[in-house]
Design a binder for this molecule. Structure first.
Ligand code: CU1
Length: 527
């Protein structure tokens, strides 16, 4: 059977296929839905990036210039919420939609209509988040962590954000149910669990994390909502509640959330390193167990975000040692990536460059995490720019770099064309340089005592802030090059081989590029 181009009616007699907007609104095809997730996430990445550049413009020099302090805090809040829930998570759900069925030899995701619904829920949620800027009182200005008592007192923008969080939670839980069911039930004969590509494994574990903690976050913001409007006092000491309770519940969600954001990226990098080393992944089984260990440990370390709330010393000690334990499985992973490259036939195309950048920078973010895990150190650095530097090394150099690695790696598969390698490499180096220019100096700002979430600062911090802001503008503008490379690749370019990279292995590469509209038509392993 000839593969039919994406979007055209197939010749199997499944009847009329809608075109245009109706096709995208009604599609149940995992590739269409994956494409929508990826474009949506890029759009949110631009929106969240503009907010980041607004923040850095305000901080370019001491004194207030662009924004009122309330608007500044609204920017930091929305930047965080939009990047985590609108940009990074949907990007990896997009990758999952595109690649997991092909990687395991399945015809599609298990629940096509649920998949469609999971995506389209994102649109109202993102509209709620962005329009909160324009309601009386503006967007919530409590930071993405939404701590009470401030979050109880803020205006109706907070309610819009709470509703958005509920919708985003439903979307990601439904997506996770779909991914788990697909991987557990739709694997081709012979595709045993311990043969799953690492990307599928990391997503399986991530999906369980999402199902475990998104309801916890939804519960926390619902309690916030009833405190705001229905007279409860969960988080109000005046009514017998405790604002610190919110922090416990939030971070019981929030710490696993950082692994939700990064684990699928670990999977992408594992596959890319293996392909460009022309060697199988070193320590496959240990990689699976390390991923699972990280996920399990992530439930027991939330207190490291709140050492300074007045926690007993025994609690601080427990959370300190538990947090440091995570370095062990993470070290196993880094060891395996480097051992995979050892004596490999290495080449350095763009996906490999982003993966190497990922290993180097994410390891730095891991080490600054170990620094912050030490209670006495964290007490000094709590809420300083050192923390901001640390988590941007894990979120940007971790999640974003691995997303770029995956995008460049699979673009030929998705579009049928090779992207412009020279421009890809330029995009990598610009991103690498400007990323470090933006965030490396923030370690120094933090160590010197500059607080986060403050629109102004003392003169002593001026130089490093100027460097950081210039870096941020460069980092933002460099991403327009990525957009150009992607559009150019979709529109044309050298035809991609089915197997775009000579070191790539796995079922996904047995299919022609671009992947046919229905995978099973050319998928020999599915009977
Ligand atoms: Cu954490």
């Amino acid at each position: 059977m000839e593969a039919t181009a994406m979007g055209h009616a197939d010749s199997h007699g499944h009847g009329h296929q809608p075109t245009g907007l109706m096709r995208w609104m009604t599609t149940t095809n995992h590739k269409d839905i994956g494409t929508m997730y990826l474009w949506f996430s890029f759009a949110m990445f631009i929106v969240g990036g503009c907010m980041a550049m607004t923040i850095r413009a305000e901080l370019f020099q001491p004194g207030l210039q662009l924004l009122e302090p309330e608007r500044f805090n609204q920017m930091t809040t929305l930047h965080g919420l939009i990047m985590v829930f609108g940009a990074i998570m949907p990007a990896f759900v997009g990758f999952a939609n595109w690649m997991i069925p092909m990687q395991i030899g399945a015809a599609d995701m298990a629940f096509g209509r649920l998949n469609n619904w999971s995506f389209w829920l994102l649109i109202p949620a993102s509209i709620l988040l962005v329009t909160s800027l324009f309601v009386p009182g503006g967007a919530p200005a409590a930071g993405w962590t939404l701590y009470p008592p401030l979050s109880v007192q803020l205006g109706m923008g907070m309610d819009l954000a709470i509703f958005a969080v509920h919708i985003l939670g439903i979307s990601s839980i439904l997506g996770s149910i779909n991914i788990i069911t697909t991987i557990l039930n739709l694997r081709a004969p012979g595709m045993t669990m311990m043969k799953l590509p690492m990307f599928a494994w990391t997503w399986l574990i991530t999906a369980f994390l999402i199902i475990a903690v998104m309801p916890v976050f939804a519960g926390a913001v619902t309690m916030l909502l009833t405190d705001r409007h229905f007279g409860t006092t969960f988080f109000s000491a005046s009514g017998g509640g405790d604002p610190v309770l919110f922090q416990h519940v939030f971070w019981f969600f929030g710490h696993p959330e950082v692994y939700i954001v990064i684990l699928p990226g670990f999977g992408v990098v594992s596959q890319v390193i293996s392909a460009f080393s022309r060697k199988p992944l070193f320590g496959y089984a240990s990689m699976v167990y390390a991923t699972a260990s990280i996920a399990i440990l992530s439930f027991f370390v939330w207190g490291h975000h709140m050492y300074t709330v007045g926690m007993p010393v025994t609690g601080q000690l427990y959370f300190m040692y538990a947090t440091m334990l995570i370095a062990i499985p993470t070290g196993v992973k880094v060891f395996n990536w480097i051992s995979t490259m050892w004596r490999g036939a290495l080449t350095f195309e763009t996906p490999m460059l982003f993966s190497l950048g990922f290993i180097f920078l994410f390891t730095m973010g891991g080490f600054s995490g170990l620094v912050l895990a030490m209670t006495p150190v964290d007490v000094q650095m709590q809420d300083t720019y050192y923390v901001v530097a640390h988590f941007h090394y894990t979120m940007v150099a971790g999640a974003l770099f691995s997303a770029f690695a995956g995008a460049y790696y699979w673009l030929p598969k998705w579009t049928g064309h090779m992207y412009d390698e020279t421009l890809g490499k330029i995009h990598f180096w610009l991103t690498m340089i400007f990323f470090n220019m933006t965030f490396f100096v923030q370690h120094f700002l933090g160590l010197a005592g500059m607080p986060r979430r403050i629109p102004d600062y003392a003169l002593q911090f001026a130089e490093f802030n100027k460097i950081s802001s210039i870096g941020a503008f460069g980092l933002g503008l460099s991403q327009l090059l990525f957009l150009y490379v992607v559009i150019k690749c979709i529109k044309g370019g050298p035809k991609a081989e089915a197997k775009s990279w000579d070191g790539a292995t796995g079922l996904e590469w047995d299919l022609p590029s671009p992947a046919p509209y229905h995978t099973w038509e050319t998928q020999p392993l599915v009977k």
